[in-house]
Design a protein around this ligand. Structure first.
Ligand code: DGP
Length: 127
C-alpha cells in the first residue's frame, strides 16, 4: 500500500491541522486522540511516512524504531500509567488495514489507560 500524503496525520505533521501535543522527539510525535476511548488516550506516530506497523518494522531506520519505542514508554510514564512507576497499567493498540479497522493510514500506536479496559477483544455484533 502506498503512503497517502493527504491522510490526517500527515496534515498534523505538516502543521495544517492543530493537535494537542503530549511529546515530540526527533522522529516521533505524540498527541491526544480526538475521540478518546479512555481517560488517557494518546496516539504516537513516527514522523516518517509509514502506513502500518509492518511497514515501519521493515523499513524504518533503527534510530527511528528506538526513538518510537522509547517515546511510547516515556508517555506511559508521563501519563502515570507505567508499571515501573507504580501505575495501574495501560494497553497499546495498533490497527492495520481492513481487518484491523485502521482509519488513518499513517502508522500509529494508541496508548490507553486510566480505567479498567475490559477484555482485549469482543466479537463483532452478530458473530
Ligand atoms: P485507527 O486508524 O482506527 O487506529 O484510529 C485513528 C484514530 O485517530 C481514532 O481514534 C481517531 C483519531 N483521529 C482521527 N482524526 C484525528 C484528528 O484530526 N486529530 C486527532 N487528535 N485524532 C484524530
Amino acid at each position: 500500500m502506498n503512503y497517502d500524503d493527504a491522510n490526517i496525520f500527515a496534515k498534523i505533521l505538516r502543521g495544517e491541522i492543530p493537535n494537542e501535543t503530549v511529546m515530540e522527539t526527533d522522529h516521533a510525535l505524540a498527541f491526544r486522540d480526538i475521540n478518546p476511548q479512555a481517560p488517557n488516550h494518546v496516539l504516537v506516530i513516527p514522523k516518517g511516512k509509514y502506513v502500518s506497523f509492518d511497514d515501519f518494522a521493515a523499513n524504518a531506520d533503527p534510530a527511528e524504531i528506538v526513538d518510537f519505542i522509547r517515546t511510547v514508554g516515556a508517555i506511559a510514564s508521563a501519563e502515570g500509567l507505567a508499571l515501573k512507576d507504580g501505575g495501574d497499567g495501560f494497553r497499546l493498540i495498533s490497527n492495520a488495514g481492513k481487518n484491523g479497522v485502521q482509519e488513518v493510514p499513517h502508522f500509529h500506536v494508541h496508548i490507553l489507560g486510566g480505567r479498567w479496559l475490559g477484555r482485549m477483544l469482543k466479537k463483532p455484533e452478530g458473530e
